[in-house]
Write a protein that binds this ligand. Structure first.
Ligand code: HEM
Ligand code: HEM
Length: 284
C-alpha cells in the first residue's frame, strides 16, 4: 500500500535511527573514555550503567517502539504481530530502565548518598512508574482478546497521548540527569570552564533532544499512520497497488474524526459512518 510522502518518511526515519545510534556511541564513549568504565561493584562504574541503559533502552528502544506501527513495510504483517513487537520492545525498554534504577540506587546506598532528593529523580521515577502502568493497561486493553472493541477505541487517544507524554518526560529527565552529572563529576577543571568532556556530553544532550524531536514528528503525522485492517484487506483484494485515499479515514489522526473514536460530525453520512465505526473498533 502506498504511503503519502514516502521519501520524506524514509529520510526522517533514517535520521532518527542514525541520531539514536550516535547517542548510544556517545554515551558509551562518555563512560568508557571520560569516566570510570562499566562494572557492577557498587562504585562509580556501577553508576555508569544508569546513563548507558537509559539511553539505549529507555530512549532509543522506546522511540523505535513508538514508530514501529508506521513502518510501511510492516503493514502487510498482521495487527497481532505488530502489537507483539510494539509491546515487546516497550517491555524490553522497561527492563533496561528498571536495571538502570537498581544501578543508581545501589550506588547511592553504597556511598551513603541520600535517595530521591532531586527533581531529576522525582520526574524520572514518575516516568518509569507511568511507563509500567502504560504497559499494563496496553496489555489489558489491546492484547487480552475479550476486551470490547468500543473500550479499545475509547482508550486509544489516551494511550497515544500518555505514550508521547511519557516519552517527552524521559527526554527531559535525561537532560536534567546529564547536567547534574556534569556539575557533580567535573572538579578540575570545572563544568563552567568547558573541559572537552563537558562539550562532548552537552552534544550528547543535544542529540538526545533531536532524537526525541524526530520521533515525535514521525509519530504525530496523520498521513503516516498504519491504515485500518479493512483498508489493507480491501487494497490487497483489489490488486494492492492503488494509492491511499488522501485524508481518508484510515489515514486520519486520532481525534474526533479518527478511526479509534466515534466521529461526532457524521450526521450526514450516518449509515456509512456507523458501519465504518464498527469496522474501526474491530481493528484497534
Ligand atoms: C539519579 C532516574 C537518566 C544521572 C536518579 C534517580 C532516579 C533516576 C530515580 C534517583 C536514584 C536515587 O535516589 O538513589 C532516571 C531516569 C532517567 C535518568 C528515569 C531517564 C531519562 C539519567 C541520565 C543521567 C542521569 C541520562 C546522566 C548521567 C543521574 C545522576 C543521579 C541520578 C547523576 C544521582 C543524583 C540524583 O539522585 O539526582 N536517576 N535517570 N540520569 N541520575 Fe538519573
Ligand atoms: C499505539 C505508545 C504499550 C498497543 C501507540 C502509539 C503510541 C504508543 C505513541 C501511537 C502510534 C502511532 O500513532 O503510530 C506506547 C507506549 C507503551 C505502549 C509508550 C509502553 C509504555 C502498548 C502495549 C500495547 C499497545 C503493551 C498492547 C498491545 C497499541 C496499539 C496501538 C498503539 C494497538 C495502535 C496502533 C495503530 O495505530 O494501529 N502506542 N504503547 N501499546 N499501541 Fe502502544
Amino acid at each position: 500500500m502506498a504511503m503519502k510522502d514516502y521519501k520524506q518518511f524514509l529520510l526522517l526515519l533514517a535520521a532518527a535511527v542514525s541520531v539514536g545510534f550516535v547517542c548510544i556511541v556517545f554515551v558509551l564513549q562518555w563512560v568508557l573514555y571520560f569516566k570510570e568504565g562499566l562494572a557492577w561493584d557498587g562504585g562509580l562504574a556501577e553508576f555508569n550503567w544508569h546513563p548507558v541503559l537509559i539511553v539505549t533502552g529507555f530512549i532509543f528502544m522506546q522511540g523505535i517502539a513508538i514508530v514501529v506501527y508506521r513502518l510501511p513495510w510492516t503493514w502487510k504483517c498482521s495487527k497481532l504481530m505488530m502489537k507483539l513487537i510494539h509491546a515487546g520492545l516497550n517491555i524490553l525498554a522497561f527492563v533496561f530502565a528498571a536495571i538502570s534504577l537498581v544501578a543508581v540506587f545501589d550506588f547511592h546506598n553504597g556511598a551513603n548518598i541520600p535517595n530521591m532528593y532531586s527533581l531529576h529523580s522525582w520526574v524520572g521515577l514518575a516516568a518509569v512508574i507511568l511507563y509500567g502502568l502504560q504497559i499494563a493497561l496496553g496489555l489489558c486493553v489491546y492484547l487480552v482478546p475479550f476486551t470490547p472493541g468500543h473500550l479499545r477505541a475509547a482508550f486509544m487517544p489516551l494511550h497515544v497521548y500518555s505514550g508521547l507524554f511519557i516519552f517527552s518526560s524521559v527526554i527531559a529527565t535525561a537532560l536534567m540527569g546529564i547536567t547534574e552529572k556534569l556539575i557533580f563529576g567535573l572538579k578540575d577543571p570545572k563544568y563552567k570552564d568547558s573541559p572537552p568532556e563537558a562539550t562532548f556530553v552537552n552534544i550528547l544532550g543535544l542529540l538526545i533532544l533531536v532524537f526525541g524531536a524526530l520521533i515525535l514528528w514521525i509519530a504525530t503525522r496523520p498521513s503516516w499512520k498504519r491504515p485500518t485492517e479493512q483498508l489493507l484487506i480491501s487494497q490487497n483484494t483489489n490488486g494492492g497497488g492503488a494509492a491511499a485515499p488522501k485524508g481518508g479515514t484510515a489515514l486520519s489522526a486520532y481525534g474526533s474524526t479518527g478511526r479509534d473514536e466515534p466521529d461526532a460530525n457524521c450526521d450526514a453520512r450516518k449509515r456509512s459512518c456507523k458501519q465504518e465505526e464498527s469496522e474501526q473498533k474491530s481493528s484497534v
